[in-house]
Design a protein around this ligand. Structure first.
Ligand SMILES: [Zn+2]
Length: 453
């Protein structure tokens, strides 16, 4: 549209000039080499115009001749690159489709056609991995470390290799390098955290956790729970090192962070008791108990009972908790057991019978059997209770959500599979009831079904 307008204006200009000249006739006369030339103005203008057009055409032709080889070379290079990119794309498709032979072939082709190692090295590494050649893949990843633009990707490749080989120490060293390159990458932070907790590097893990939550790699609520778990482990370490003030401070931080979390409360209470702050310890458990009764809280409370008082004093002590929340089933077993130890048969029977009605468990039946045997020496009744115990659901415990292993005491890491912050307080399911060898076999099946990570 614009081109035709310009052409139209040009033609109009020429016609206007021609008409203008034709309306104003005139003669031109010039002498050249002793000869006189005579012509009209119109012819002269036409001659000059033709001369200029000829010169312009000649110049263009000459320019075109000079440039030609470059243009042809560029066209050839362009098609080479295009072929290279096509091979690269096909190679990536082959990787995604899980075709190692095609992936390798395209990787080779792309490498030959494109002079861009950053692009082709990753494909070559992935192709090598796909055909199971981890050594070759490792070589490519290491080569990627040499170049600034591929360094991070190379590190990621090497890290994944180390994780696959379960070499956590090596993996952590790669994560540390990756963290230096890009400190706020979510997957780097989350991986660093996972590796640090598994190696019990609690302090480092806490820092990584904070960064991971900030980067959005770990959700805030989950982050808070993880932090409390780390603080409890740090408190244990401080206690083991004999640093009681720090141990208490860390436990207190955990309790404030996750109010109602029994392991944190029990830890703080035990440390307070060791520092002769019994009243404070008891108050801490009482407060938590009122909000959420938990069997381990009742047990920890019983541990605070004055030693010199004997069995009777222990019953009186635990009754305080019972009075605070009489409907809570969790205290009944503890109360019944304490009464049994104090030979308060009537109280023991009341509490244990009530416990059996509210939440029957193996432990309750065993205590009832003990009561029958001790109070009346009624061995038949005792055996009946024991038979019931065999069939009863197991007592709740800290169970690993991954492998199902029961833990007598809460820990941040599962002692069987090493997973972090996966213990929950619950009643074991039927599978966990199996005798030990079968349970181990189950755990193995469990893990193999997870596949390599
Ligand atoms: Zn586990």
């Amino acid at each position: 549209m614009r081109r035709s307008l310009i052409l139209f204006l040009k033609v109009a200009a020429v016609v206007t000039i021609a008409v203008w000249l034709a309306n104003r006739p005139g003669q031109v006369e010039f002498v050249w080499q002793g000869q006189v030339f005579e012509t009209s103005i119109g012819v002269l203008v036409l001659l000059v115009g033709l001369l200029m057009a000829g010169a312009a055409f000649g110049y263009r032709f000459w320019r075109g001749m000079v440039r030609a080889p470059g243009t042809i070379g560029r066209a050839r290079l362009g098609s080479r690159r295009e072929g290279g990119y096509r091979a690269l794309t096909n190679g990536m498709v082959a990787v995604a489709a899980g075709d190692p032979t095609a992936a390798r072939r395209y990787a080779k082709k792309a490498d030959a056609l494109l002079d861009e190692p950053p692009l082709t090295m990753l494909l070559s590494a992935q192709a090598a991995q796909l055909s199971g050649d981890e050594t070759a893949a490792g070589r490519y990843f290491e080569a990627m470390l040499e170049r600034e633009e591929t360094e991070f990707l190379g590190l990621r490749g090497l890290l994944n290799q180390a994780l696959k080989q379960d070499d956590r120490v090596k993996a952590l060293s790669f994560v540390d390098l990756a963290r230096k390159l890009r400190p706020n990458t979510p997957w780097v932070l989350a991986t660093a955290f996972e590796l640090e907790v598994r190696q019990r590097k609690w302090r480092e893990a806490q820092a990584s956790l904070a960064a991971a939550v900030k980067a959005g790699a770990i959700e805030a609520g989950e982050g808070r729970r993880h932090k409390a778990a780390i603080l409890i482990e740090r408190s244990r370490e401080a206690e083991a090192a004999g640093d009681m003030p720090t141990a208490l401070e860390l436990a207190h931080k955990a309790t404030s962070l996750l109010p109602g979390f029994a392991p944190a409360i029990n830890r703080e209470a035990a440390l307070l008791a060791r520092a002769d702050r019994l009243k404070q310890a008891a108050r801490l458990i009482e407060k938590a108990w009122e909000q959420a009764p938990h069997l381990t809280l009742a047990q920890a409370y019983l541990d605070l009972a004055p030693r010199e008082g004997g069995a009777l004093e222990r019953v009186k002590w635990i009754e305080k908790l019972h009075r605070l929340k009489p409907e809570a089933a969790e205290v009944l077993a503890v109360l019944g057991e304490a009464a049994l130890a104090a030979q308060l048969w009537g109280a023991a029977r009341t509490h244990l019978t009530r416990a059996e009605q509210v939440s029957p468990s193996r432990r309750i039946y065993r205590l009832l059997a003990e009561l029958e045997a001790k109070e009346h020496e009624d061995m038949v009744a005792a055996r009946n209770w024991l038979a019931k115990a065999e069939e009863a659901p197991d007592d709740p415990a800290w169970l690993c959500d991954r492998c199902g292993t029961a833990h007598p005491v809460w820990t941040a890491l599962c002692r069987h599979c090493g997973a972090f912050d996966v213990l929950t307080w619950r009643t074991p399911t039927a599978a966990a009831h199996l005798p030990a060898p079968d349970a181990r076999a189950l755990a193995v099946i469990d893990r193999s079904s997870e596949g390599p990570r």
